[in-house]
Design a protein around this ligand. Sequence first.
Ligand code: NI
Length: 286
Amino acid sequence: MPRRLSAAQVDSYRRDGYVFPVPAFTGAEASEMRRRLEALAAGEGGRLSKRTNQKPHLLLPWLNDLIRHPALLDAVEDVLGPDLLCWASGFFWKPPHDKGFVSWHQDSTYWGLSKPDVTTVWLAFSPSTRASGCMRVVPGTHLLDQVAHRDTFAADNLLSRGQEIEVAVDESKAVDVTLRPGEFSLHHVRIVHGSEPNRSDEPRIGFAIRYLPTDVRQLSGVRDSATLVRGTDAFGNFDLEPRPASDFHPDAVALHAQMLERQTAILYAGAKVKPAYGQSKEIRVS
Ligand code: NI
């Protein structure tokens, strides 16, 4: 029996590569999280720094609690099993009428991970609609192998390398992943997805959290790290990251800097050259 998803939802994730909406938090709880995030951004000059927005759960206890929240992990366990690592997190934040977009891509492209048993929780902090530039997915494309991507480094592209898929995408088949605040979607690491600019008057804010089972390995040659969020780690493929003691605790800031250095080495491996196996970081707020 699944813990959080229905059997039909698990089936549809396997068949289509995504499932939504999954309710996790009330509108009031989502508003409170958004308030905390906006307060954080206000302290950084109105927008999250690129640095803070990479694995912010290593800097802020409330986000570290969020990546471990049973309302999210029970659904992740339903598709990946009981031993779970959080490998990355970051906000996708499009201000009202922002030009930021996400080109069609597969998340697996530059992540360097040994197999595609990887899923993303995309938790809405504000309404994610067609008008506000919600994520769009092409059903069934998670069954493709890794597809070639080219780096564009386009200015308004929210992906680390502006990578876009090199095959034609049939946009007529794309599905809008619309979410209310407090709801999330799950999407498979290979599914072809993207998003358009925010044409609405409201910010579109989502927290993307990347999860893997503990038997996945990092193939880039860089020793990688992750946070054990459920179960046990019998493999030791990643250095396990501690929970920060307080907001921006000096020990956490120092560790975060080290982890970022490694992640950057992984995500930009082979940039401007042909990427060996894929990957992006896609962890930027605009
Ligand atoms: Ni993506």
